[in-house]
Design a protein around this ligand. Structure first.
Ligand code: FUL
Length: 439
């Protein structure tokens, strides 16, 4: 049997966009990695409003939002019982504030899924490096986060593991961490250092051209064709050079072109994009970032406004009963075309010459990821021309090509690990995208 996603993995993949919020002590010390010796009194956002975060996230199409409840410096953004190094000893809301609580309420109100980042590496906690004692501490904190704030959809475990005091090395008890999560939040996805979501292998926001959601249990970046477990990729990248807010980076917010390129190379390569937008010292998402996100959202809406292949006549080399060719162009995510044998060919009659420069293909991944090699050909005024030769498809593949004018388009599935289920073939014309720098 080929691996398939769990319902939670499927919902997460189909949501496509997650927002990361790096916020904490580093926001106030202007650092990326705090040392753990910071004074809690330094944490003092002047106008924190978690609703502003979720409003912007929602408006821009994000479905999951992940907050750094504790970063490597060990400072906790919630009212934890297990350390004094938290918001409790800050002047913010007279020490009675709880960022995780405000965040969780804002997520619920906005209908967004909440995710929690809890750094295993802790440079403040004294038990760190004394493995059993620190593991107990970590599990206690995890338990608070999993039981006091409603539904948690994703728990994000970073892999960084520095030395503890006196050079002691902490052995993380991952299995116990996972058990606690499964016990209190059985639907939560465990990401990165966890079995449900895989790190893509870089922090640039780029997946590989060939990106498999199927993996061997021993991690290999980008997956492989004979993978035995479902472990899909997530691309984490920051909208700024750093993960945390720094005023001097206000002018270094990534350009619209860069962010569009990231979208095409993450979501468009069978991956989820986890885009970090760090709240500033007020506790608000900064204006330059919000402006850029809105530009990005409207550019994406414009690019994908008109599917030139939608409901055009389609035929196929073969099709299984109830899975005919038209289901690949009917715009219905619940249906798909499924051939009886390979190679398999789907032809779309565009009725008249149509110019496009983006090809979107999608597999019906509820039943797994199968396609290994495909081609797209276009019937132009001078005959059939190869528009794209590709490898994996997965949930969504976006191919940017030089504009081509064609009256018919042919998708050929050359090779697949099992008979493919093609959910969607769509064509778009977006002049600005062909101008984007393809890195
Ligand atoms: C890294 C951390 O060290 C960074 O500070 C950041 O949190 C990033 C998402 O993961 O490994």
């Amino acid at each position: 049997m080929h691996p398939k996603p769990t319902p939670q993995q499927l919902a997460w993949q189909e949501a496509e966009l997650s927002m990361f919020l790096h916020f904490g002590m580093n926001t106030f010390t202007d650092r990326e990695w705090g040392e753990g010796t910071e004074d809690p009194r330094w944490f003092n956002p002047s106008a924190l409003d978690a609703r502003q975060w979720t409003q912007v996230a929602k408006e821009c199409g994000f479905k999951y939002v992940i907050l750094t409840a504790k970063h490597h410096d060990g400072f906790c953004l919630w009212q934890t019982r297990y350390t004094e190094h938290s918001v409790k000893n800050s002047p913010w809301r007279d020490g009675r504030g709880d960022v995780v609580r405000e965040f969780s309420q804002a997520c619920r109100e906005a209908g967004l899924k909440m995710g929690i980042y809890l750094s295993p590496w802790d440079r403040h906690e004294r038990t760190y490096g004394d493995s059993p004692a620190y593991n107990r501490y970590f599990i206690s904190q995890l338990t608070e986060l999993l039981t006091q704030y409603g539904e948690v959809a994703e728990v994000w475990f970073d892999g960084a593991c520095g030395e503890g005091p006196n050079g002691r090395r902490q052995e993380y008890d991952w299995q116990s961490y996972y058990q606690v999560i499964r016990k209190y939040q059985p639907k939560a996805l465990i990401a990165i250092c966890g079995p449900d979501i895989r790190w893509v292998g870089n922090e640039d926001g780029y997946a590989a051209e060939t990106e498999w959601s199927v993996q061997d249990p021993v991690p290999a970046f980008h997956g492989n064709v004979s993978g035995k477990v479902w472990w899909p990729a997530e691309c984490d990248v920051s909208i700024r050079p750093g993960w945390f807010y720094h005023a001097h980076e206000d002018t270094k917010v990534k350009s619209l072109e860069h962010l569009l390129d990231i979208y095409f190379k993450s979501v468009g390569r069978n991956s989820v994009l986890l885009l970090n937008v760090p709240p500033d010292r007020r506790g608000l998402l900064p204006e330059p970032d919000v402006r850029r996100l809105r530009e990005w959202r409207s550019a994406l809406d414009e690019i994908f406004a008109t599917n030139l292949a939608l409901n055009k006549p389609a035929s196929a080399s073969s099709a299984q009963r109830a899975h005919s060719a038209r289901h690949a162009v009917d715009g219905n995510p619940a249906t798909y075309w499924m051939p009886r044998e390979l190679p398999a060919m789907l032809e779309i009659d565009l009725r008249k010459p149509v110019t496009f420069n983006i090809i979107m293909t999608q597999e019906y991944i509820a039943e797994g990821q199968h396609v290994e090699a495909y081609t797209v050909d276009a019937l132009t005024a001078s005959g059939w021309q190869r528009a794209k030769q590709g490898t994996t498809i997965g949930h969504k593949k976006l191919d940017r090509i030089a504009p081509v004018t064609a009256s018919r388009v042919r998708l050929t599935i050359e090779k697949a690990r099992d008979l493919p289920l093609i959910r969607n073939v769509a064509l778009y014309h977006a002049p600005r995208v062909s101008e984007a720098k393809n890195g």
